[in-house]
Design a protein around this ligand. Sequence first.
Ligand code: HEM
Ligand code: FES
Length: 354
Amino acid sequence: MSNHYQAVNWSGFKIRYDLILASGVILFLALFVMVSSWRLPADQSISGLILVIRALGACGFTLLTLILCIGPLARLSPRFLPLLYNRRHLGVAMFGIALAHAVLAAVWYHAFGDVNPVVSILTSSAEYSSFPEFPFQPLGLAALVILLVMAATSHDYWLSNLGPRTWKSIHLIGYLAYALLVGHIALGVLQYGPEPVVLIGTATSVVVVASLHLISGLKERRRDRPLNAVVLDGWIRVGDCDEIPPDAGKVVSVGGCHRVAVFRKDEGFSAISNTCAHQGGPLGEGRLIDGCLTCPWHGYQYIVTNGQSPPPFTERIETYELRIDGETIWLNPNAKTPGTEVPPATRASTTERD
Ligand code: HEM
Ligand code: FES
């Protein structure tokens, strides 16, 4: 966790994941080059390097599409969580491939004149005032700069130093890079006129990314809508004690996008923020391991009665007060300062209070 920086722990799963990723990339590039050269009309020859440039661009864009789909997929089904844990590997691979595409394109199209290649990318077809003629390569360059910032800050070192909020904001600009790339590819097709299959592929990517975000957003909104929320004297009804089996939890919305995870350990019930201090993982979907609530994303742990990570770690998240009336658990929605000890609520403690 945050008190020191660890090298990557190469588990069997991570090695298998990276091998599948590397084989997928090689297969994609080989198939793209083969199919594109078969489909070329006999009277049209094209340099093998241009095919490689196109294959790398298409592969990078496909990986970016996949990366943007993993978040909503993991929200729709926990089966996709392992992909989420290892999204960083996918991101770094995507950046490497996009960089190779950009460098080869810059060398092939811009390195043989006496103008600096970057200046040449920005100025060689400067029809900035016309939509169909708008130069598509500067859009690719702008996207590449954003992807560089994201790849360079992807390590936990930056997460710890920038803080989860700033880090997450930086990583949201991935969507801007995606929009710039859709413009890069669509305008490129309009101006160069390569395969319509590229346009169809790009349109499919946009529809898939937008639909998955919409569906998972609607699902989360429905879950957050306090439709059945029963509030008594400012306390929110969590449910009956028997609804939460031992070592399991239930997520309760306390307004806006704030959620609280209520966990049962033996006969005691405790409530802590649902948002992990690492990258905002959903703690309510985690499990109690060795007595600590363990985040389902990267395994940060918290003691449920005080929201603190076990020593020597130093993370702290908000805790909440619970009350049990009869069989019903009630939650005080006012968060306590992160790390505040709150004794677990039990049926017995409530009887004593009564
Ligand atoms: C300095 C940055 C970039 C430059 C100079 C550049 C240049 C080009 C050029 C010249 C083409 C047309 C190739 C041809 O058909 O002959 C192209 C297409 C393409 N680029 Fe880029 N690009 C850049 C960044 C990117 C990035 C970051 C991506 C995303 C990973 C990307 C994805 C694509 C895709 C998908 C195509 C269409 C490939 C096809 O026609 O099959 N480009 N780019
Ligand atoms: S989000 Fe990474 S451990 Fe919780």
